[in-house]
Design a protein around this ligand. Sequence first.
Ligand SMILES: Nc1ncnc2c1ncn2[C@@H]1O[C@H](COP(=O)(O)OP(=O)(O)OC[C@H]2O[C@@H]([n+]3cccc(C(=O)O)c3)[C@H](O)[C@@H]2O)[C@@H](O)[C@H]1O
Ligand SMILES: Nc1ncnc2c1ncn2[C@@H]1O[C@H](COP(=O)(O)OP(=O)(O)OP(=O)(O)O)[C@@H](O)[C@H]1O
Ligand SMILES: NC(=O)CC[C@H](N)C(=O)O
Length: 684
Amino acid sequence: MNNRFFNLYSHGFARVAVAIPRCRIADPAYNVEQTVALARQAAEQGAALVAFPELGLSAYSCDDLFHQKALLDACEEALAAVVEASNTLPVAMVVGLPLRVNHQLFNCAAVVASGRVLGLVPKSFLPNYGEFYESRQFSAAECAAVDAIELFGESVPFGPNQVFEVENLPLLRFHVEICEDVWVPVPPSSFAAMAGATVLVNLSASNVLVGKSTYRHQLVSQQSARCMAAYLYTSAGRGESTTDMAWDGQAIIYEKGEMLAESARFLDESHIIFADVDLERLSQERMRATTFAQSARRHAQEVASFRVQRVKLALPFETTLPLNREIERFPYVPADRALRDERCTEVYNIQVQALIQRLSSSGIQKVVIGVSGGLDSTHALLVCAAAMDRLGLPRTNILAYTMPGFATSGRTLQQAHALMEVVGCSAKEIDIRPSCLQMLKDLGHPYAEGKEQYDVTFENVQAGERTNHLFRLANHLGAIVIGTGDLSELALGWCTYGVGDHMSHYNVNASVPKTLITHLVRWVAETGAVVKGGAEVLLNVLGTEISPELVPGKEGDDKPAQITESVIGPYELQDFNLYYILRYGFTPSKVAFLSYSAWRSKNEGRWPDEHGARNEYELDAIKRNLSIFLFRFFKTSQFKRSCVPNGPKVGNGGSLSPRGDWRAPSDSEATVWLDDLANIPDQQ
Ligand SMILES: Nc1ncnc2c1ncn2[C@@H]1O[C@H](COP(=O)(O)OP(=O)(O)OC[C@H]2O[C@@H]([n+]3cccc(C(=O)O)c3)[C@H](O)[C@@H]2O)[C@@H](O)[C@H]1O
Ligand SMILES: Nc1ncnc2c1ncn2[C@@H]1O[C@H](COP(=O)(O)OP(=O)(O)OP(=O)(O)O)[C@@H](O)[C@H]1O
Ligand SMILES: NC(=O)CC[C@H](N)C(=O)O
């Protein structure tokens, strides 16, 4: 078995931990015991990094006891014990202690790994207001006159501007700051991020006050977002002095503005939280947002002052280590109900606003749309209806046509009529078969002579005739043609080029993926937004097998002969692939690992609650469908995307417009992506 594939470290992730030991004031021997026990837990879980609270080896609330030699000596002994333990624990530890340097006392973080102190980081900003008196006992980092000290017989780098790199996991580069450091207008970690740190660690004490927990979340969320980094936050807990303050022991981990883990607060015992941080995603984000580098250039002097300390860790690279992080099945559709409702409202608003602007600026008040009774045209029709309402125009200004061809089923035809009626648009039916037959005759196609040759020409003649009718109707009636093709179809090249459903005057669906369209239509059915009393017909549309209906089924069979997803793969998998490849540029093997984490069992993870069929996929199915995606996306479909109609970008998952999000050559090879499939085992 290929264990490496099933190991999160193989895919640019790192497991990190934040630990909050129960402490005793001025009792380093006790505190180090608790600390090492938690570090052991972190190592057992395969974590590469674990952070402990500010001044954790002594306790934060020692006040003037910090000037007692016995306590300071004991803290150094405790640090030596941490170093000793690190010989057998393959995890980098960041612990807090008071440290004497040149007759001054510093509030320090010690970074310990592989039997060494890699570096010592003094606190830059000492709070001395309100309940804090740190300047009474400590000196700030800038007061230090040295950049290294002798400790345990070795020279150890000393200073705030240090980045620690795990050599055999080079994306893991971390920086350490201490509590108040992140509360100032420009925290030291901002410069560290620009100097290449992907993980920012904060050792805090932070007494608890009402509202403080929320504020810490805001700080950490913002700092991680702005720095495009992970942020690990500790605070002191049970055992600190309550003479004048109280402590809640809050641990939180964020990644680029998103919370990954949070501890309970006010616990009596030691506790630890873990998160699997996607370092590769952070690296990709920084590469894309080139203003990150511009900011680094503006602060070049400070950024250049960072020193890098390196260490190798004996991490569990070869074992199975599955991801312990929620990967949503539907990257475009949040499982959380409230978030989903918010997203649906927002997407409609964006699409409607975009169409309104186009109609207003062109001075055109009517739209032409082909209504098939399928999902995409249903959604586009709903957007048109909402736009007409907002413009104060009658819905009869939507000139909707259903155009049965050789393979249109009774079910979709009936659905199309029911839909147009419930929307209240102007509704007509045009039989395209005579004009298609004429074209097939002109082409000399065998179907014109009664032969059952259902090839791509046969298919595209129908798609083309529909488009031809729609454009000429638009000329004739003073309207624009509204496109319906969605993002997923464009990704896979699943549309008829040029004279076909590829073209329109304005495509409201251009950047909406199929899985989201499904939810938008369901949302309208549930909420009664846009169409009152339309639930039944919308649910029927949702319950219809997705098919282009271009090839007739068997005589008397009302089922479509073409099932789209049996050709191009399940949309739920292809949308997953699309999101991670388009948005983050991940390798196919990483996408497969994520997809496997999300889709391997229908009984794990959250589902959008009203979701219909619940599927699960084995690794071979994930790999097979990914292969279809890669070939179609990279090798055969870009020419269709190089010229697409105008249409709004709706989400950060990206659009495929060559004018915006996706510029790519139409004649590229797909080899590098297809070759990477070899890194995916066929079985779990
Ligand atoms: N790299 C390239 N650069 C420029 N042109 C290129 C090209 N590769 C092919 N071509 C040309 O393009 C043609 C292929 O493109 P195209 O004419 O579109 O035809 P094609 O992609 O072969 O067929 C359209 C497919 O989309 C499906 N479809 C159509 C309509 C709606 C839906 C739906 O469910 O939504 C699905 C339909 O079932 C069919 O399988 C080739 O015959 C060739 O002439
Ligand atoms: N019978 C039809 N009558 C009118 N327009 C049609 C018909 N079939 C297809 N079209 C037009 O061509 C577009 C593409 O067809 P396709 O079958 O891909 O879309 P759909 O049925 O709306 O959605 P989906 O692809 O999700 O089933 C439709 O959205 C519609 O605008
Ligand atoms: N230890 C500290 O630096 C505490 C100060 C910080 N503002 C807090 O309350 O979290």
